[in-house]
Write a protein that binds this ligand. Structure first.
Ligand code: HEC
Length: 161
């Protein structure tokens, strides 16, 4: 009887021991996978302050990564579309219209522009887009949209009457 009790207790001891070992193994494997995760989780800030329109937090950053190429295309298009008449004039038209090269009506010269303005915006736009005499098509601004050419003609008209 005594012997069997001893037997049981040593078996139980063995069982507890092996259970303890496997538990220890399980937890140590878990903590080995993310050794510092527990600490990181414990000390991370309770919240994040986000500014609307800016990338913020992990989800936002992932979403931004996905669409950043798309976003930069949209921004590019918006910037291209945002060129003002004055900007285009300075970049593409000033070369001739600044000094009256080849008979170009000079910006601000009311007399030179009066008869052209009298013909109306449609005529001026047609001539600006297609070219007329020494005036090249689109005034050499080949990447200008019709709207941008129109804004530029409007800027030239506004500055010359
Ligand atoms: C290479 C020189 C040159 C450049 C560059 C140029 N122009 Fe001209 N432009 C002319 C000349 C020359 C005329 C006069 C043509 C004529 O009536 O004989 C003219 C005329 C015009 C007219 C009057 C058209 C009309 O109906 O009388 C407009 C509007 C105009 N240009 C817009 C522009 C714009 C906008 C740009 C720039 C995007 C530009 N031009 C760039 C030479 C140029």
């Amino acid at each position: 009887m005594r012997r069997s009790i001893k037997n049981i207790s040593s078996r139980t001891l063995l069982l507890i021991l092996s259970l303890g070992m496997s538990l220890f193994a399980a937890t140590s494997v878990q903590s080995a996978a993310h050794p510092d995760q527990e600490i990181i989780d414990r000390i991370k800030p309770a919240g994040v302050v986000c500014v609307k329109g800016e990338v913020c937090g992990e989800e936002d950053a992932a979403a931004a990564g996905d669409s950043s190429a798309q976003l930069s295309k949209v921004v590019e298009a918006a910037v291209a579309a945002a060129r003002s008449g004055e900007q285009i004039y300075n970049a593409s038209c000033f070369a001739c219209h600044g000094a009256g090269i080849a008979g170009a009506p000079v910006l601000g010269d009311k007399d030179a522009w009066a008869s052209r303005i009298a013909n109306g915006m449609d005529t001026m736009m047609a001539n600006a887009l297609n070219g007329i005499n020494a005036m090249p098509a689109r005034g050499t601004c080949m990447d200008c949209s019709d709207e941008e050419i129109k804004a530029t003609v409007q800027y030239m008209v506004d500055s010359s009457q």
